[in-house]
Unconditional design. Structure first.
Length: 83
């Protein structure tokens, strides 16, 4: 939870362009599949966690647990909900 409170979405207008936004309590993110922007539509989204300006965060998960919740209740028929 402490990490999530320190995280932020920085740079481009991710919500408007890519459909990516922080959740209300800033304890996570929301990724939309289709985002219709001013100039184009974006399909799919993915995020990378940064450890510094130019370094990706490396998670060492051996014998550890990494959990997250996925709400697929609005996933339309025929879409792949793989994580």
């Amino acid at each position: 939870a402490e990490c999530a409170m320190q995280c932020g979405i920085d740079g481009a207008d991710y919500k408007k362009t890519y459909g990516i936004d922080t959740t209300g309590g800033r304890d996570g993110v929301t990724l939309n599949f289709v985002t219709k922007g001013d100039y184009s539509s974006n399909y799919g989204s993915r995020l990378y966690v940064m450890d510094g300006e130019d370094t990706y965060k490396m998670f060492k998960l051996k014998n550890r647990e990494f959990t997250f919740d996925v709400d697929v209740s609005n996933l339309r028929c025929g879409l792949n909900g793989a994580v």
